[in-house]
Design a protein around this ligand. Structure first.
Ligand SMILES: NC(=O)c1ccc[n+]([C@@H]2O[C@H](COP(=O)([O-])OP(=O)(O)OC[C@H]3O[C@@H](n4cnc5c(N)ncnc54)[C@H](O)[C@@H]3O)[C@@H](O)[C@H]2O)c1
Length: 440
């Protein structure tokens, strides 16, 4: 039932949040959503996760985690205690007080933002919407999404944001596989459509997370995430370009960066590599450039860095080809063994991984490709269907071994011993002197 005044919805919800009696919901139970479910539940809330994938929902209800950063030993007792449950049925929204949305925001083939996951989930939520609810979008997106795209879906039937319901944007900054910084201790930026929205959003996060950083609007919060990831992407682009220059000039780029990093101010080291990967760094800046074009500004830094980073798999291919040529071996027909295929160290995610591009390029040039990755037993993506093999066998039998992802679990001494030729794209063999090694 509608309550008589603005303050009463806000006050009622604030009271419930502070008492940890608010019924918390999380929509989208992936790398971002599931850790958040666990944090809220550990803070004492009863949490309902909603996902369209039945297999994920069933796994959670069995207490089994499929996200590397959430051990089943943590999830299981929360499920057993009734603090966490999952469902594919959006009608549970009728009983929820807060809803965090963590659905995917990929790019379309045309490099336009794909907002369909956000729109679809909001349309489902709207069917069971009720006064007094707080909705927070966490998916990375372009500035304006919360206001322009989501708000109209919930504003129907004369409902007023900041009075009858509350909306915020809070960027997710999780870094999968990082043991030092996880959902709980990464400061959480949150911006609401109205000050009351911001206050409630900040209050909710304060119950479960260590540091909350309120900002003045949803647009600021949306832009924060894009600035962070654009900063990273452009600096990686810069250092990749420096790496290509150093290669041409016969300078060891790794030594250059290490020495530059001794400067105690005004420099931050970034490292070259085989190309960008993952769901964030290659994609998020494109969201910004898409939106800024609408505002009449060409995002030229982003386009340039994106181009340079996109060249890196080709640069690696040239390195492999040249290294094999030096050994009088043509790439065509050679056996190339890739060490590490996930997009970064010590994680199991191959989305946008440069290893996939490198495998494609190698195959196009007629190489026989195999791989080893302790985190990825098989690849089924981008038209590649490949099973990993034992590292020792792969290295021994290959004409060239390529370190694409520098997992800590690899036995690098054994790798050097067993291989005939190694292209190291990550400086994983730093300090190892061997004629066999070709560095980026
Ligand atoms: N993975 C990261 O490291 C990371 C870091 C920061 C931000 N993000 C951002 O967070 C968002 C989520 O990323 P992720 O990595 O968790 O994605 P994910 O693919 O791991 O998880 C998303 C989940 O949403 C579910 N889903 C899709 N459509 C739905 C719908 N209509 N209703 C309910 N559930 C639905 C999917 O089934 C999936 O389980 C993205 O915007 C991403 O850019 C990700």
């Amino acid at each position: 039932m509608m309550q008589p005044s603005t303050t009463s919805h806000a006050e009622t919800l604030a009271r419930k949040i502070e008492a940890r009696e608010a019924a918390v919901g999380v929509v989208g139970l992936g790398y971002v959503g599931l850790p958040l479910v666990v944090e809220f539940a550990q803070a004492g809330f009863t949490v309902t996760g909603i996902d369209v994938q039945r297999s994920k929902v069933d796994a959670i209800n069995r207490g089994e985690s499929y996200v590397q950063d959430v051990p089943s030993s943590v999830l299981k007792p929360l499920v057993a205690a009734g603090k966490v449950r999952a469902t594919t049925d959006f009608s549970v929204v009728a009983g929820l007080d807060t809803i965090n949305i963590c659905v995917p925001t990929p790019l379309r083939k045309t490099k336009d933002p794909d907002m369909s996951y956000i729109v679809n989930s909001c349309q489902e939520l709207a069917k069971y919407f009720h006064p007094g609810v707080l909705v927070i979008l966490e998916s990375t997106t372009y500035p304006g999404t919360t206001n322009e795209l989501m708000l109209p879906i919930f504003e129907a039937e004369g409902r007023v944001v900041g009075r009858d319901f509350f909306m915020c944007f809070s960027p997710e900054r999780v870094d999968p596989g990082n043991p030092q910084f996880q959902t709980r201790n990464i400061p959480k930026v949150v911006g609401g459509i109205t000050p009351a929205c911001t206050e409630l959003g900040a209050l909710l996060y304060r119950q479960a997370l260590e540091t909350v950083v309120p900002v003045g609007s949803t647009r600021v919060a949306e832009m924060v995430k894009l600035l962070e990831n654009t900063f990273r992407m452009i600096n990686i682009g810069l250092v990749n370009e420096i790496a290509m220059m150093c290669d041409r000039m016969g300078i060891d780029v790794w030594e250059v960066i290490d020495a530059a990093a001794t400067k105690p101010f005004g420099f931050m080291p970034f490292y070259p590599g085989p190309g960008l990967g993952g769901h964030c760094i290659p994609i998020d800046p494109i969201y910004l450039s898409w939106k800024s074009k609408q505002a009449g500004i060409e995002a030229r830094f982003i386009e340039l860095a994106s181009y340079i980073n996109g060249q890196m798999p080709h640069f690696v291919l040239d390195k492999i080809q040249n290294a094999l040529n030096e050994h009088s071996k043509p790439l065509k027909g050679s056996r190339v063994h890739i060490m590490g295929v996930s997009y970064k160290r010590d994680i199991d995610d191959v989305r946008e991984s440069p290893a996939l591009d490198i495998i494609h390029l190698l195959r196009m040039r007629g190489a026989n490709v195999s791989y080893s990755d302790p985190w990825v037993p098989k690849i089924q993506a981008d038209g590649i269907a490949l099973e990993g093999i034992e590292a020792a066998t792969g290295c021994r039998e290959a004409d060239c071994v390529v370190i694409v992802t520098d997992h800590k679990k690899f036995d690098y001494a054994a790798l050097v011993e067993a291989s005939k030729l190694i292209v190291d794209t990550r400086n994983a063999l730093k300090g190892v002197a061997s004629e066999k090694i070709v560095r980026l």
